[in-house]
Design a protein around this ligand. Sequence first.
Ligand SMILES: Nc1ncnc2c1ncn2[C@@H]1O[C@H](COP(=O)(O)OP(=O)(O)OP(=O)(O)O)[C@@H](O)[C@H]1O
Length: 243
Amino acid sequence: MPDPSSGIEIASASVRLGDRAVLRGLNLRLTERRIGVLGRNGSGKTTLLRLIAGLIAPDSGTVRVDGFDPFADRRAAVAALGILFQNPDHQILFPTVEEELAFGLAQQGLPQARALARAREILQAEGRTHWASAPVSTLSQGQRHYLCLLSVLLMEPRTILLDEPLAGLDLPTQARLARRFAALPQRLVTITHDPASLQTCDRLLWLEAGQIVADGPPQTVIPAFTAEMARIGAQDADADLAG
Ligand SMILES: Nc1ncnc2c1ncn2[C@@H]1O[C@H](COP(=O)(O)OP(=O)(O)OP(=O)(O)O)[C@@H](O)[C@H]1O
């Protein structure tokens, strides 16, 4: 049985992609409700999220979420973890909004008719009943992103992994989504290179070249990160960027 109190446990985990060591010997035990991961482009944030989600396995070391291995136990992973990718087009599989929303529930074992009914209920609750049979292709990028979030919320996972959840969205949508995230009872792991959105996290990790360089409350990690980004930004050439 899953044990939610054990949180996300990563032990000596390394990931190579191609000839690159993208994550290097990570050791983390994450039990907080709001966890942020900061880091520059290419630092390994998305790879870390994919590792936690069980979409990739570590080359060495172990990953456990609520006590199970998310790569080996896909059934447990689908029930326990929701992931919101940066690009909604990497996530959306179905032609219409209601089919897309129903898919995750059907994967969790709900009969298709019940899944579609639940999809229509959430659209009604969101004031978007007119979206139900709309082709996903008629939605804007921001609306598709919002649709992906609704899909994740419908599945009620214990942990939600968010990859740059507010990037590319207009300001009212960002504000609305930020309020929605803040109200969620679930554990959220949010990755971004924008520290402002992580001010209220319980714990903040700063990832650099596949390793944790700072781990603590936002009050200490954000000033250190911001100062380092300013230092690098003041240079003409990016000597610190490995790849
Ligand atoms: N399939 C792959 N093969 C080889 N290298 C890869 C592959 N996928 C990612 N990488 C490399 O791994 C590194 C980390 O990528 P990752 O997407 O995890 O970074 P990130 O911190 O999420 O970056 P960003 O902020 O730009 O989204 C990058 O240098 C990237 O080029």
